[in-house]
Design a protein around this ligand. Structure first.
Ligand SMILES: [Zn+2]
Ligand SMILES: [Zn+2]
Length: 365
């Protein structure tokens, strides 16, 4: 596995290549080393990554300009002819005669170059750092009533966990751990010439400084496996659509966070207005005219008797106090909207009765 090399060299173009030439070279090489065409070939996979990285920087004029600047400091191996490619013998990397080593963190003082380094190398930080930042976001549908009253909702998520076979070390059982030959156990490799050498995490051991004699068969040496993890989400009463809940340390490898975004499913009976809940209940003509007592379902599935007075109009609202949503010590009400149902068909006998009623009350029709 080759450490960071010169991007121009990776793409096989000259440093004066046009963007077009760079793109062409990239397409040709990417095709050749594409993982689909080279299954189970780690060398090609690594090459493919390099090619993409080189293209990513060189095809962007702004990034390329910064990279060229950096390259002039001799920060990359292979620059300047004879080449002190790390690990290829000759001058040991980083031992550039009277040169001096400096760490990536020192680059800030070079005005802007630090940015480039972090954009090039940042994503290759140690795995521990990556995991700490990893947040798994998931959208969870919850029933209307659970959102209103609160409750628990179980979810199952695929998640990276520490490999149980090797405990995250990446080594096969019984394998011996040897010092990484690439970095000689330092965990970093340095390269460059002309008085400068740059340190970066070793790509072979991922900065650990040691590698196993045989890779763990369960995780292929990555130290992690994907598992289906079951989590219990607590839904607060009065949860609204779009509410986010963060579970600290219950995500990737037991360290990352999980953020759940609740989607509240509509209910066929209840609607919501702030802390109040609304429902519509049908009543018949006689109930509307003569008054009645009707039974109404509440959020917590009880039945409450509601008195409908004589002369109730269609669409009239009645309030049942305290039967709404409770949140932060406040409690909403339940509103019942009645819908007066008019008979669609009348028998001749019924029709005669309604006509008689109309005449008695002076209703014209
Ligand atoms: Zn190493
Ligand atoms: Zn493992």
């Amino acid at each position: 596995m080759a450490p960071q090399r010169d991007y121009y060299q990776i793409l096989g173009v000259s440093e004066t290549a046009t963007t077009d030439e760079i793109k062409k070279a990239f397409r040709r090489l990417a095709k050749q080393h594409h993982p689909d065409r080279n299954p189970n070939n780690p060398q090609s996979a690594e090459r493919f990554k390099e090619i993409n990285e080189a293209h990513d920087v060189l095809s962007d004029p702004e990034k390329r300009k910064k990279y060229d600047q950096l390259r002039r400091y001799g920060a990359f191996a292979g620059y300047g002819g004879a080449g002190s490619r790390p690990g290829s013998g000759g001058a040991p990397p980083g031992a550039g005669g009277a040169g001096f080593d400096f760490d990536l963190s020192d680059l800030g003082s070079f005005g802007g170059l630090g940015d480039l380094f972090s954009s090039i190398f940042g994503r290759r930080g140690t795995r521990e750092e990556e995991d700490a930042d990893e947040v798994i976001e998931v959208t969870v549908s919850i029933p209307f009533k659970v959102a209103a009253l609160g409750g628990k909702v179980p979810i199952t998520l695929p998640m990276p966990e520490v490999c149980p076979t090797c405990g995250g070390k990446g080594a096969a059982p019984g394998a011996t751990i040897k010092t990484c030959p690439e970095c000689k156990g330092r965990g970093t490799v340095s390269f460059g010439q002309g008085g400068f050498a740059v340190n970066r995490p070793c790509p072979l051991c991922r900065g650990k400084g040691h590698i196993p004699s045989e890779r763990c068969p369960t995780c292929q040496g990555t130290g992690e496996v994907r598992v289906e993890k079951r989590l219990m989400l607590t839904v607060q009463s009065g949860t609204e659509d779009g509410t986010r809940v963060r579970l600290h340390g219950q995500g990737a490898k037991g360290k990352g966070d999980v953020v759940a975004i609740f989607r509240v499913e509509p209910d066929h009976f209840f609607r919501r207005e702030g802390l109040d809940v609304l429902c519509t209940v049908p009543i018949n003509l006689a109930q509307a005219m003569l008054g009645s007592r009707i039974r109404v379902r509440t959020l917590d599935d009880r039945r409450i008797v509601l008195r409908v007075p004589p002369g109730t109009q269609d669409g009239q609202r009645f309030r049942i106090p305290g039967q709404g949503i409770e949140k932060n010590g406040r409690r909403g009400d339940q509103f019942v909207e009645v819908h007066v149902q008019i008979p669609e068909k009348l028998t001749p006998e019924q029709e005669a009765a309604v006509k008689a009623f109309a005449e008695k009350t002076g209703l014209k029709y």
